[in-house]
Design a protein around this ligand. Structure first.
Ligand code: ADP
Ligand code: ZN
Ligand code: ZN
Length: 816
């Protein structure tokens, strides 16, 4: 196995790997899945070895690997296989797939320890006499004996001291004599300093210096509050600059525990231990039967909101662990990782060790540490958002996808994978069970369940026979005719909240947009203020006193006059969550109100504080975006108001009805979960629409039938496979030229088995400075689409259309 070369995937947007020479000394031992530092163009980059090879193209100069990042491969063969599947299926560059799979490359040192295996121990014991060498060199034998004498693991440096090379260690490892464990160097520090941009109050002062502006952009728009160490690394700035900015009041800082296990909300938490009710028992029976088979399968758990799905999940994980296997629980929101993570730790994590939590709001260091804990087998349960589907667990027995219908499982940047679908593919390759749970399954999953491809498990009533919330429609047209008020809070909702306050119960108010007003219009000429980079109107944020683009993050000053015609009559149109909060404060003085959206909850601490305060009864009204609609179990909520949950119906999108139905059902699911009955008020302009009607009745089956009928007529998923191809460039002419070219390739294929629409201007005609054109591909056979698209990629290469200009979205959730 002495391969002189290896193919390395690099995190660059190119659908290819790169060949490097393997230094002689490493040839025996280097394995696919290992991260290596390699020279690339004029810099160094960390990539992943995809395969070892004996051949290299002779027309390019082959450079050598500079450094091996870890001793044992970071990725298991199964994960490499999965990455390759993703790269093929979603037509994504393999290097970018690996980047999504792996933890951030931190500069922290890995601590390597050597542990004698039982075989190694007995080998070392039999060495005693001196005659038997087991084919070991003298130095190696001496090392084994020394290691045997130690109680615990041996540090790597000892081997070097005893002149045992790392190649020799690799050989011993391959023979099963030793194990090598890598973990992030334990830092003594228990907490880290987080810095955040302090806000508008000080912005009126002197102009910001260039570096200060960079700090601001990063902290305010791009990333949100960050640990100091990460900030220094990202911007390559000095600590003294941060200190000066803190002193000047531009930044604020606080301490946060580094380890998620130090979560202050965890201490003293004991989860309720319920005996399962009849429905839960019968569902468990179905799942257990699958476990008994010990092979791949997909089960869909359709349980109404409040039916106690979490309890079922926890038992499934328990049974998986009892069988010696490991489990992943995927949740759609960071906030839910905290909630479910806490329950998992209480159930399985003796001293918090058995459970790892992975999500994007962790700092790089935390993420890397959790990741390596999983890789080393220290954590056997992983709770996380989308990318946790790649958690490097071995011996995987179960992947749970909670709220499987959620859009957040789909990554909207390359690689554009769907977490649920990848979970199924991974389960298949590892012989595990995939358990999809939802109160409102996606049409795809329910369709598969009905056709027998998945097992269908149902829980149709809430625990303890609690009633589902009563849902009422408020026809906004009628409301307006009566009151002639333009407040987004209807008379009925106002009265409902008043009643809540009087009863000392709680209310949730949902709105679909964040910001203060989602459009700034001129009354004279009708122009709206658009983003300079995108064909999207700018959102007004009052507390920050500026306009923001929610697509690219660009910022503009609030105009005093129309930028087009200079008229003074600009007005702000369409209320967002910030405005709604202000209104609620005015209409209900004295009520304790908080808002939860992406602007107020930028770190897990902020999330936790607000959610904790609400759950603990320190708040009366919580207003927020759909972030609030998902999964939370608030016991004292008796009223939920949906301000304009139907606005998604008017989107140019074939999933509009499905999305609306799901959102409203989820919203309704937040009310009346405890002992108090719940009431839900849905404000709408489309009271007759079936998505609204079925949501009011909370009748999933009826909705499914009607929606499937529509999908069938229109040849949309799940009855057809769909791919969206976007051609884009900052230069309009180029974008047009390439769309035309690509059209030459596609046109001849348009027929019965594949329908090809386009090129047309994309609904989002311009995004982040790029002009966009679109092809829509439909086929009843997915494999045909994949083949056609991979042909298109080859065609583009031949035509010298840059790979970055053509964006393929397989199974798109949205056609924008
Ligand atoms: P879902 O995820 O289906 O909406 P949850 O799992 O959040 O529902 O459960 C709703 C509530 O019911 C939780 O407070 C949970 O502790 C409680 N619960 C779950 N199972 C039972 C049971 N068998 N008996 C009583 N309460 C239960
Ligand atoms: Zn104007
Ligand atoms: Zn923009």
């Amino acid at each position: 196995m002495k391969s002189p070369f290896c193919n390395v995937a690099l995190p660059v947007p190119l659908r290819t790997t790169f060949t490097y020479a393997v230094p002689e000394a490493l040839r025996d031992t280097l394995q696919p899945g290992t991260r290596v530092l390699v020279p690339f163009r004029k810099k160094s980059m960390v990539g992943v070895i995809v395969e070892m090879t004996d051949n290299a193209s002779t027309n390019v100069k082959i450079r050598e690997i500079a450094k091996v990042m870890e001793f044992a491969p970071a990725l298991t063969p199964k994960l490499i296989e999965l990455a390759q599947w993703i790269a093929n299926y979603y037509l994504a560059p393999i290097g970018e797939v690996f980047r999504a799979m792996l933890p951030p490359v931190t500069e922290l040192n890995l601590r390597r320890e050597i542990i004698l295996t039982p075989e190694g121990r007995s080998a070392a014991e039999s060495l005693g006499g001196g005659e038997i060498s087991h084919g070991l060199s003298a130095a190696e034998a001496a090392f084994l004996e020394k290691a045997k004498a130690k109680k615990g693991p041996v540090l790597f440096s000892l081997a070097a001291k005893m002149s045992v090379s790392s190649q020799a260690l690799q050989r011993m490892k391959q023979r099963g004599l030793i194990e090598i464990r890598e973990s992030l160097q334990d830092s003594k520090r228990k907490s880290q300093t987080i810095v955040a941009w302090k806000g508008y109050a000080v912005e009126t002062g002197k102009a910001l210096k260039e570096k200060e502006q960079e700090v601001r952009t990063l902290l305010e728009t791009e990333r949100g509050p960050l640990p100091v160490s990460q900030l220094l690394k990202l911007l390559k700035i000095s600590r003294s600059l941060i200190e000066r900015m803190l002193a000047d009041g531009l930044l604020e800082s606080w301490e946060e525990p580094i380890d998620s296990a130090e979560d202050p909300f965890d201490t003293g938490y004991t989860p309720p231990a319920h005996a399962l009710n009849e429905e839960q028992e019968s569902v468990m029976k179905g799942i257990r039967a699958r476990f008994e088979l010990g092979e791949f399968g997909v089960q869909l758990l359709h349980g109404v909101t409040g039916s106690g799905k979490t309890e079922v999940y926890l038992r499934c994980v328990q049974e998986t662990l009892a069988r010696g296997k490991t489990a992943i629980i995927l949740v759609p929101e960071i906030a839910l990782t905290l909630w479910i993570g806490r329950q998992c730790r209480a159930w399985f994590g003796a001293k918090y060790e058995g459970v790892a939590v992975l999500h994007s709001a962790l700092s790089d260091v935390e993420r890397a540490r959790e990741w390596w804990r999983v890789r080393n087998g220290e954590a056997r349960v992983v709770v996380g958002t989308r990318s946790a589907v790649f958690a490097p667990l071995q011996n995987l027995g179960l992947i749970i996808v909670d709220e499987e219908q959620e859009n957040s499982y789909k990554q909207e940047e390359t690689p554009r994978y769907h977490g649920r679908d990848v979970a199924i593919v991974r389960s298949k390759s590892e012989g595990a069970l995939a358990l999809l749970g939802s109160a409102t399954p996606s049409l795809e999953s329910y369709h598969h369940a009905r056709s027998g491809k998945y097992d269908l498990l149902t829980m149709s009533s809430r625990v303890e026979n609690r009633a589902l919330a009563s849902v009422e429609i408020i026809d906004l047209r009628e409301d307006f005719q009566k009151t002639h008020q333009t407040s987004p809070i209807s008379a009925a909702l106002h009265a409902g909240i008043q009643e809540c306050l009087a009863n000392k119960s709680q209310a949730l108010v949902l709105i679909n947009r964040r910001g203060y007003s989602w459009s700034v219009l001129c009354r004279s000429c009708g122009a709206s203020v658009q983003c300079v980079n995108c064909s999207i109107s700018m959102t007004y944020h009052k507390s920050r006193n500026r306009l923001e683009c929610h697509y690219c993050g660009s910022i503009q000053q609030v105009p005093k006059q129309c930028p087009k015609c200079q008229s003074q009559y600009v007005y702000f149109f369409g209320e967002g969550s910030e405005h709604l909060e202000e209104r609620l404060r005015k209409e209900f003085p004295g009520a304790r109100i908080a808002r939860l959206d992406r602007d107020t909850a930028r770190t897990k601490r902020q999330y936790q504080e607000t959610l904790g305060a609400f759950a603990g009864g320190a708040l009366d009204i919580l207003v927020g975006t759909q972030m609030l609609a998902k999964g939370h179990d608030f016991q004292r909520v008796t009223l939920v108001g949906a301000i304009s949950a139907d606005s998604s119906l008017s989107m140019p999108d074939f999933r509009a009805a499905e999305r609306t139905f799901q959102l409203l059902t989820q919203v309704a699911g937040r009310a009346g979960r405890g002992e108090l009955p719940g009431r839900v008020l849905i404000q709408t302009y489309y009271p007759e629409h079936y998505a609204i009607q079925d949501a009011v009745k909370q009748d999933y089956a009826s909705f499914f039938e009607r929606e499937m009928h529509f999908r069938k007529m229109m040849a949309y998923p799940p009855l057809t496979s769909l791919a969206n191809v976007i051609v884009r460039d900052v230069n309009l002419e180029k974008a047009i030229r390439w769309s035309r070219k690509l059209s030459e390739y596609f046109s001849p294929h348009d027929g019965h088995i594949v329908r090809i629409l386009g090129p047309a201007t994309a609904p989002l005609a311009r995004l982040k400075k790029e002009h966009r054109f679109q092809f829509l591909l439909k086929s009843p056979k997915r494999s045909i689409l994949t083949k056609l698209l991979s042909g298109a990629m080859t065609f583009c290469d031949a035509q010298e259309i840059p790979q970055t200009a053509v964006l393929v979205d397989m199974d798109p959730l949205s056609l924008l």
